[in-house]
Design a protein around this ligand. Structure first.
Ligand SMILES: O=C(O)CCC(=O)C(=O)O
Length: 267
């Protein structure tokens, strides 16, 4: 079994677990091809955060599974949905979306400290992300987490849009503290990873994605968002950024009520 009892306990206690060698080389090769396909013909929501003379390229695309067959095959048939179910203790898994974070060599594109769930119209505890590197990841390029922050009972406002820096108008979410300025006050954990390894983390984990200062290596990573048994749609004010497109869902409904969100494990 890919997921041990110790992995489940680590995920539940720390909010993040690193699993080694769970995605085989054939999948990695298909996903890399899928990235090239997406770069050549991105989806309708693509966002490029590098501007003008900025070094590198910080390319983000969403819902790749809708237009890249390899991404769909991986989400539906790959190992991650099953792993998410085991870690979250969920009988069912519904797929919310996938997200490509591509930081080409030399890119200064920090994904600043944040939690995922405030960006999402998702209520409930059984909601997780996985992060799959398609290149070697070193300390300077990795994802960092504050261990146990999923249990803080705090929700931080999505950071000011990476595009214009304007403050998020939420009345219920707190401002994110300046974690970077006080790193020594936090229990920060991270891993060096090889293709085939991946991280699973709770939707309320505080984390940041580092730049890609290396000039010799791309930083291609894929994130998936997985919904478990108790996850429900919630209409936020202002509306959450994800899902990106209008849905028929009403607050309190499970995502599977909208066929745009496929059930991968029916329970
Ligand atoms: O890869 C990155 O830089 C950020 C990834 C991330 O924050 C996420 O998947 O939630």
């Amino acid at each position: 079994m890919t997921v041990t009892q110790a992995d489940i306990e680590t995920y539940q206690r720390d909010g993040v677990v690193c699993l080694r060698g769970v995605i085989d080389g054939a999948w990695i090769a298909r996903l890399r091809e899928g990235v090239e396909q997406d770069l050549a013909a991105p989806g309708p929501d693509v966002e490029i955060y590098t501007k003008g003379d900025d070094p590198g390229l910080f390319f983000n695309d969403f819902d790749l599974w809708r237009h890249v067959p390899a991404m769909k095959a991986f989400a539906f048939e790959g190992p991650c949905a099953g792993i998410a179910a085991r870690l979250m203790g969920s009988k069912t898994i519904t797929f919310m979306y996938d997200h490509l974070f591509l930081k080409e060599p030399g890119t200064l594109g920090l994904t600043r400290w944040h939690q995922d769930q405030p960006y999402m119209a998702v209520d409930g505890w059984q909601f997780c992300s996985n992060w799959i590197p398609l290149d070697s990841i070193v300390a300077a390029t990795t994802l960092e987490f504050i261990r146990g922050s999923h249990r803080w009972k705090r929700w931080f406002a999505p950071f000011d849009s990476m595009r214009d820096g304007s403050p998020h108008p939420s009345k219920v979410f707190e401002r994110t503290p300046d974690i970077e300025a006080a790193r020594q006050d936090y229990d920060i954990v991270s891993w060096q990873l090889e293709p085939g390894d991946c991280l699973f983390f709770h939707g309320l984990m505080v984390h940041q994605g580092r730049n890609n200062p290396r000039l010799d290596t791309r930083r291609r990573t894929l994130s998936h968002r997985w919904l478990g048994d108790d996850a429900r749609f919630i209409l936020r004010d202002p509306p959450a950024e994800f899902p990106k497109h209008p849905t028929t869902l009403r607050s309190g409904e499970p995502f599977r009520s909208d066929p745009r969100f496929p059930v991968i494990i029916a329970g």
